[in-house]
Design a protein around this ligand. Structure first.
Ligand code: ARG
Ligand code: ZN
Length: 880
């Protein structure tokens, strides 16, 4: 068993003793021995520099030479290990170091620093990968101007790219090599450095900014995939325009480059002027990408582009401030997608994701504040809390201030902090100073972990036409935080009257209410609305205006009324989900007691009325018809979770709903055509979503007719969305027919790695007892590779995170499998390993038998020698 190194703490922040103004990098690329000469201009920054000791961090690199102001440093004036270069007596004035290092890109399976992907050299430096290239002050508050020279064999790497603008290129006389020089005039931290070199295809375009500058746009990919980059290019141009229109932010270099690579630990990376992407977020065409893939490409392209201002021009002082760029940029990409598509449907999808990924994190051992205060391994803090809850905090800020004041605050933030490495305090001060708002209490959202719970109780007094609404907030204890203070929560609301419209009221007391926002600031508040014309159905938390769990004393009849009438589409969806969840929780209890599940009439009525309402957009109707997932039900139960009982209850309830809705399902399914040619726009995607959701509901019956319909749907599909939807419905129903369709799908796409990821995921998520053996067999399949994170996530990641019954097998075999797999993968790729293990995060909520087995698997991992810091950190916190 290994023990952990000392943690990093926010309170220990100190400015760097030295700073760096310019960096020159010279790469002599070779697969196993790349030489890097870094010429860095340093300068004392604080008094601490006077002691003459300079420490530059490295990671698995070899020092080959060191000069100070051009003169070779004698041994004795420095010490070098693969992880640290210490200079003992540097001058107390500006000076220059030439540091020569040797790195091995071919052996780099961690995919951090400089590595090879399908023969292409590429880099990933966030958060701490630059130190795997050269010794450096590898921290985000050291901002320098970079010039990069790359030299490589022409045949090996005809394309040579780095940050900034191209300066110079040519052949190296008398050799088979060539070079290129790039210069980035904007000071940036090392985590935004990037270099790519290889033999790549490209598509080009251009964009004229609002001030009339022409920007060259390029997307590079593997040869032969150029045609699949056109949607990404379109999304990029729309992102550039949107950021000008909505935030007044314009692009700043002469060129913007995206490179799609097949081996990538995360989604994508916002390196200045040279974004590097996981190819799954670039490549899309109708035959290989689903509507969800198109939406993801659009969202991630926008996200990385938006970082150019929120992240790059204004970066983070330290990694504790990660949400400063990530939460804000997720908020911005969500807003962009809302403007491009349906705002209501986008909001529902985002809230589903938040509840599925962030709520369990916030409710378990890995809970941490949006701005963490302590970490061992920063890679493990690229979390749903930092990203998605971070975005919700920004959205609340906008709700509290209103759109105009929010924009004023953003403008001041950019004006004040352009070129800075900033903090959450800087961010909030910009909004407070621009608007006069007091954000002291609001700031608690950044420091208090845990999902707040709001309990609401309402009472209408017919005689004096008064409605009293009591809202109480509480925040559960989380690791390191036993007690919490009440927070400032914007509760968007309406009082729905008997005719289904929002009612007016004469006055309100007991708290601050502005427009449709209740400012909840106390642990408990009773708002008294006077002059209310009838008994209202309260519609609270419209648009999910705060990331909380709301427990509301509302009857099934009122929920049904809300599904039919609420002016807020989000709350119509929410009311249907609440009805469904109540029914699912009750059915799970019945299941454990051995009684059959039955569908509540109010739920059938609610779903039926939305299904039949042709005035609602199809994508919205599809969302309403999709029941909470097995994992959602487990989270709602919170303890003593039996995944088999949940799955059985959900299966039976789906059957009861399918039967209850009767031939309305067939009728609506039949009225939607699958024959139209594919267009990726939101309206077309919405029709496909409804049709595919109906097919899935139909198949809950497992009747010969339904099975025939699903097979026909699969056979006749003219696009990946429909094809995969049929396949997924068949595999999720664990029908015997699944083998033949899965094999047919495999054959058709056997040369397309990204599509095969979908196949691996379908195989891994079949809810059947032979799935674990199938997953183990697929680890040896030629289409699978342990070196590619997308393959690993598709097969093992989906098994552990999306197959509730089989990962949580009562015999513990799913847990043992993940533990064995993680111990192997940890030697190659710690980041990806640590992410997989997050699937254990809710182990304490399991029923006792599974809980014991999950804990044993976790303890076995923890006891292994030589765990990576990433995996050790996750396992230690999960068990704490
Ligand atoms: N900044 C990137 C993004 O949000 C994520 C990069 C994270 N990389 C990592 N190795 N942790 O777009
Ligand atoms: Zn980001």
């Amino acid at each position: 068993m290994k023990t952990e190194a000392a943690p990093f703490r926010l309170e220990d922040y100190r400015a760097p003793a030295f700073t760096i103004d310019t960096v020159g990098l010279d790469f002599q690329l070779a697969p196993s021995a790349t030489r890097v000469v870094a010429t860095i201009a340093l300068r004392p920054n604080t008094d601490e520099a006077r002691n003459g000791r300079l420490e530059l961090v490295g990671d698995e690199i070899t020092l080959k030479g060191l000069k100070l102001d051009g003169a070779t440093l004698p041994e004795g004036r420095y010490t070098a290990t693969p992880s640290l270069l210490t200079l003992h007596d540097v001058p107390n004035r500006p000076f220059t170091l030439d540091i020569e290092t040797l790195v091995d890109p071919a052996a780099n399976t961690k995919l951090m620093g400089l590595y090879r992907t399908s023969g292409t050299y590429c880099t990933q430096c966030e958060a701490e990968g630059f130190r795997r290239i050269t010794y450096f002050l590898d921290r985000p508050d050291v901002l320098a101007v970079y010039t990069t020279r790359i030299e490589a064999q022409k045949s090996d790497a005809p394309i040579l790219l780095a940050n900034g603008n191209p300066v110079e290129s040519g052949d190296v006389p008398g050799t088979d090599r060539h070079f290129a020089v790039w210069h980035d005039p904007f000071p940036k931290p090392s985590y935004l450095f990037a270099m790519v070199a290889g033999d790549l295809g490209v598509i080009t375009d251009s964009f004229t900014t609002s001030s009339g500058r022409e920007v060259e746009l390029r997307i590079y990919c593997e040869h032969g995939k150029e045609a699949r980059c056109t949607y990404a290019m379109d999304a990029l141009k729309r992102s550039m325009k949107w950021d000008e229109d909505v935030f007044g932010l314009e692009y700043d270099l002469d060129i913007f480059i995206i490179v799609a690579v097949s081996d990538f630990n995360m989604g994508a990376m916002e390196n200045k002027g040279l974004n590097v992407f996981n190819d799954k977020y670039v490549l899309a065409d109708p035959d290989t990408a689903t509507d969800a893939d198109y939406a993801n490409v659009e969202g991630v392209i926008a996200h990385e582009y938006f970082h150019n201002w929120t992240g790059n021009r204004i970066t983070c002082r330290d990694w504790f401030q990660l949400c400063l760029k990530e939460g804000l940029t997720v908020f911005r990409d969500q807003e962009f997608s809302s403007d491009m598509r349906s705002r209501a449907v986008k909001r529902i999808a985002d809230v589903r994701t938040l509840q599925a990924r962030q709520f369990p994190e916030d409710g378990g051992p890995l809970a941490h504040p949006v701005r963490p205060e302590i970490y061992h391994e920063i890679s493990n803090f690229y979390t749903p809390t930092v990203y998605e809850k971070g975005a919700e905090v920004v959205r609340m800020l906008k709700s509290i201030l209103g759109p105009d004041d929010f924009r004023k605050g953003m403008d001041l933030y950019v004006e004040r902090h352009d070129g800075d490495a900033a903090t959450i305090e800087d961010f909030l001060a910009s909004f407070a100073d621009a608007t006069g708002a007091d954000l002291t209490q609001f700031k608690l959202w950044y420091s208090q972990a845990g999902t707040p719970q709001i309990i609401s109780r309402g009472a209408y007094d017919e005689a004096d036409r008064t409605y009293r609404l009591t809202l109480s907030q509480s925040i559960p204890a989380t690791p390191g935080q036993a007690r919490k203070q009440p927070m400032h929560m914007p509760i968007r609301f309406g009082l729905i009257g008997p005719n289904g419209e929002d009612m007016e009221f004469r006055s309100v007391s007991g708290g601050r209410v502005e427009g449709d926002i209740i400012h909840l600031t106390e642990a408990s508040q009773t708002l008294v609305f006077e002059g209310v014309g009838g008994r209202p159905v309260p519609s609270l938390l419209r648009g999910f205006s705060a990331p909380v769990r709301l427990a509301i004393d509302i009857s099934a009849a009122d929920l049904l009324f809300q599904v039919r009438t609420d002016a807020d589409p989000f709350n119509r969806w929410q009311a249907a989900q609440t009805l469904a969840m109540r029914n699912l929780v009750a059915s799970t209890t019945e299941q454990i007691a051995g009684r059959p599940a039955k569908a509540e009439p109010a739920l059938i009525d609610a779903l039926g009325s939305v299904l039949d309402d042709e005035t609602l957009e199809p994508a919205f109707r599809a969302q309403v018809l999709q029941l909470p997932s097995e994992a959602d039900i487990a989270r709602e139960l919170g303890q003593n979770v039996d995944p088999d009982a949940i799955a059985a209850a959900r299966r039976e309830l789906r059957l009861a709903i399918s039967t209850g809705l009767g031939n309305r399902i067939e009728r609506h399914y039949g009225s939607l055509s699958g024959a139209e040619s594919f267009r990726p726009d939101a309206a077309s995607a919405g029709k496909r979503a409804l049709r595919n959701t109906l097919l899935d509901l139909l198949l809950a019956r497992r009747s010969p007719e339904a099975i025939a319909a699903a097979l026909a749907h699969f056979e006749t599909a003219n696009n990946m969305t429909d094809r995969l939807a049929a396949l997924s419905a068949i595999t999720q129903a664990a029908l015997p027919e699944r083998r033949a369709v899965l094999d047919a799908f495999y054959k058709r796409y056997q040369d397309d790695a990204l599509v095969l990821d979908k196949w691996l995921t379908l195989e891994a998520t079949v809810p059947a007892s032979d799935t674990l053996d199938r997953v183990k067999a697929l680890l040896k399949h030629p289409s699978y590779s342990p070196n590619n994170p997308n393959r690993v996530r598709a097969l093992v990641g989906s098994f552990a995170s999306a197959n509730q019954t089989q990962f949580n097998r009562v015999d513990g075999a799913g847990y043992d499998f993940l533990a064995d797999f993680a111990l192997e993968l940890d030697k190659r790729n710690p980041q990806t390993t640590a992410r997989l293990l997050v699937s254990f995060r809710s182990w304490r909520a399991l029923e006792p038998v599974r809980r014991t087995r999950a804990e044993a698997a976790l303890r076995r991992i923890a006891a292994a020698p030589d765990l990576s810091p990433d995996t050790l950190d996750i396992v230690t916190r999960t068990l704490a």
